[in-house]
Design a protein around this ligand. Sequence first.
Ligand code: ADP
Ligand code: MG
Length: 269
Amino acid sequence: MSGLAVSNVEVRAGEVTILSGTGLTAPAGAVTGLIGPNGAGKSTLIGAVVGLRRLSRGTITFDGADLPQMRPAKRAKLVAYVEQSSTTSERLTVRDVVALGRIPFQSTWQSVPTPADERVVETAIDELGVREFAGRLYHSLSGGEQQRVQLARALAQEPQLLLLDEPTSHLDIKAQLLVLDLLRRLTQAGSTVLLAMHDLNLAARFCDHLVVMHGGRVVAEGASSEVLTPSLLLEVYGVHANIVTLPGSARPLVIYDRAAGTVPAPKSD
Ligand code: ADP
Ligand code: MG
């Protein structure tokens, strides 16, 4: 299969097993949403794919190539990763941070970026709308601004596989829509995108494929209309919800009601 394939993965931290028998696919040319409650194992799974977490068993391949076995320099040309939040004490400007995305493509003896590298960096700065603070120090930006800069850095890497861990958690709704739209355009150019996110309605709206994690395992995978059911939301998230479909749309819309174990509110209408 072209794209990302994770099969029967186990990740441990000391005596604790965090992921166990975990498998999923993120098809090439599609946006795959990784959803599940806090502590489900989403960040650990993404960490395993990008080589930050060692597997105690299982396989992870991208376009058939074994990712954990791949030389880091080769993997860095293929895979970009946007962390949940990313701080630095270095005195780097926004443009410096975006330019970090080009490092995997520069030879060790190269002292200045090539004009082609600079063009890619400037395009990424514009795509994420961060030009107005391109000259500012990165650590002086707000959380949402830093998140957009990290997305620009990942875009500058021109990755074939892009992994994002809650990349829109600090963004206002317009910026969220712009970023998700940008990710869709990347996949139309052939990239594979896997993103962890919490907003189920945005996930249903933008993702071609959804993977649901719970307790370190994948409990459902497929189209949003198959995966997002009231029984799954109750089992995995512990919430009562209704699922509706708007006229003319195939995508489900989740209407939350209440947390499991709480009494329904009296009807006011
Ligand atoms: P998510 O991103 O879905 O919120 P995580 O992958 O961050 O979940 O964490 C999954 C579970 O693994 C959580 O219960 C977390 O506390 C636990 N965990 C993560 N890293 C470690 C660690 N180094 N040692 C022990 N437990 C860990
Ligand atoms: Mg997480």
